[in-house]
Write a protein that binds this ligand. Sequence first.
Ligand code: GLP
Length: 363
Amino acid sequence: MKQTVLGNIKSQPEVLKYTLDNQNVFVDPFVEVFKKHDIKKVFFFGSGTSYNVSQIAAYYFKHIVGIDASAQYPTVYQNYEKPDWTGMLKNDQILYVGISQSGTSVSTCEVMEYAKKNGYLTLAITGNLQSKITENTDISVHLLVGDELTPPETKGYTVSVLSVYLWAIGVAKAKNIYTEEQYQETLKEAADLVNHFQTVLDESEAWYDRNNASIVNSERIYVLGYGVDYGSMLEGVLKAGEMLRLPVLGYELEEYSHGPTMAIGPKQTILMIGSDEAEYERMLQFRTAYKKYTPRVHVITCKDIPDADKRDAVFSVKTNKYLAPLMYTVPFQFVAAKGAEQVYIDTGVDPFEESLAHYPKAK
Ligand SMILES: N[C@@H]1[C@@H](O)[C@H](O)[C@@H](COP(=O)(O)O)O[C@@H]1O
């Protein structure tokens, strides 16, 4: 049967559970690199959805593992950055991680080749272990998403975020940053979220269904995020942009208040993503202010909002701020896929036929 984006979205409870249950496949080889080498810095690379995952991965490695980590656009990195501007690190203290579900994104493959040629440690995570990216990396591990045969990635995103989270807590355990007890506790939190993912889907779809009329009729959509959910914001922008195809703009929460607000109007939709971090109260302050200019203000969170209304998606499933991006992306998946369906866009077809972004698939 032909895959659909909506079908892939709805398969997430199952595919996330499979990923969690089989995590040794991709966690063990990754943690091994940290056991063998004194890694001081990690670069994460990816394109599109996989770049957005890289943003979240870098956050995890900085804030869970306590290591220097960053997400980079492959081409920008290759042309304008250096592995170590201080010149103090040895090659085997720097790890390059390429994230590519297909394994064929041109710039991600190229930056990994560049890193390998220059003698740095390279590791890829991909859904296809025969793909191009695996030719250019020391180690390739399997992204357990199965086939995603639609042009936009949805389940690929959540499986990738869960995978990089499991990497981070696995490394935290190996480096004694987490005690065995803390590790088990965090693993349990991940399992709890995965086991409740059907509720996340149901609540996201119900939220979309009660708000769809105003969302698909927006003159533009703004997505605002902060902290770890800066990456969630990027993914929200990408999904709505590639499927619903309305003008969609994304900003860091505070940054949006510096100018873009001059254009605010009643036919604009503002979607704010909020985890349990320093900016949470600030987001609620902005929510009250923006509501004076447009009624279409939505907060997506699992924290309590004292005056939550039907525009907000307040999940009954609760989780920590690191895992929350897994669920906060789901409302955007529905905006993108169901919204597209309602305006007769076929998300199974990519109308842009130029094969510039990807290498051809391995046979
Ligand atoms: N339209 C897709 C995006 O949805 C995807 O995120 C990107 C990266 O793909 P990959 O993860 O396979 O490198 O490729 C294409 O551009």
